[in-house]
Design a protein around this ligand. Structure first.
Ligand SMILES: [Zn+2]
Length: 274
């Protein structure tokens, strides 16, 4: 038995090093240039955007203090403007900590107005409260690019927005949809999900993609593929995010009626992999 273990030692050491190396890579913040104005940053399982021109930098979701510090260093090292606006895509703390590392007295911190209740009584010093709330949409002109924030009603939480990069023809979808497909927790009654309004939310996103002929989106969830096809929104294919050991992982939800069936915990169609 001992000999067997000794024999396996090099393999175990190799595996240990391999796992450690991956973790190191996973803990770093990586930056990817989408075009001259738009940079995607990846931090562990999350990602966000920086949009810059000669006078301003807009950050979509600072994620956490470590990421925010890395963003600050990146902007300094690449001679880009310091942060003038921070956008919170929704109220969840896994995406909106670290603002204090980026802001100064003039920095605008923008969120949809239904987020406001989640900041009342906030005692987390890493979470800086917004100072601008919008209702249905909010537009920022950043050099040649136009950033339009859309609110399509409750979806993943009460106040999640969709960011449209008008000239680049890209949507940024923070949560709920990854480049692997739409993601839906196994339990549709989780308090942050709003299943009753999800159909309308996906319809609005689809209408936007159709009207503006937007073919691709970037998700707030890190995946190997940077861009996902907006066909994912149109077909409304939902991937159950938990319990990956089960055979039946895929749920196709293409209409309000089917959504109701899913909410009643009936599986409509299963396919794997996508
Ligand atoms: Zn969230």
């Amino acid at each position: 038995m001992f000999k067997k273990l000794l024999g396996a030692l090099p393999l175990l050491l190799f595996l240990g090093l391999f796992i450690q190396t991956n973790l190191l890579i996973a803990s770093d913040v990586a930056f990817e240039e989408i075009n001259a104005q738009i940079t995607l940053f990846k931090s562990s399982t999350q990602q966000g955007l920086i949009i810059t021109d000669e006078e301003r930098s807009v950050v979509i979701d600072p994620i956490d203090r470590k990421t925010a510090n890395e963003i600050k260093s990146f902007l300094q090292q690449t001679n880009k403007s310091s942060v003038t606006e921070i956008i919170y895509t929704h109220s969840h703390w896994d995406r909106i900590r670290g603002g204090e590392a980026l802001k100064d007295k003039k920095t605008a911190i923008i969120a949809q107005k239904n987020c406001e209740i989640y900041f009342s009584g906030n005692k987390n010093k890493e979470v800086v409260e917004p100072n601008i709330y919008f209702d249905e949409s909010y537009t920022l002109k950043i050099g040649e690019e136009i950033l339009k924030l859309h609110y399509f009603g409750p979806s993943h939480g009460e106040c999640m927005l969709i960011a449209e990069l008008v000239n680049a023809k890209i949507l940024f979808i923070p949560d709920l949809v990854s480049t692997k497909g739409a993601r839906f927790p196994k339990d549709p009654t989780l308090p942050f999900l709003r299943p009753a309004t999800l159909g309308a939310f996906f319809d609005s996103m689809q209408n936007l993609a159709n009207a503006k002929q937007i073919d691709v989106f970037i998700s707030g969830e890190f995946n190997e593929k940077t861009f996902g096809s907006t066909e994912i929104i149109k077909t409304g294919v939902f991937r159950v995010s938990s319990d990956l050991s089960k055979d039946c992982l895929m749920l196709a939800v293409t209409s309000g009626q089917r959504l109701v069936q899913f909410v009643n915990k009936k599986v409509i169609r299963c396919t794997w992999p996508m």
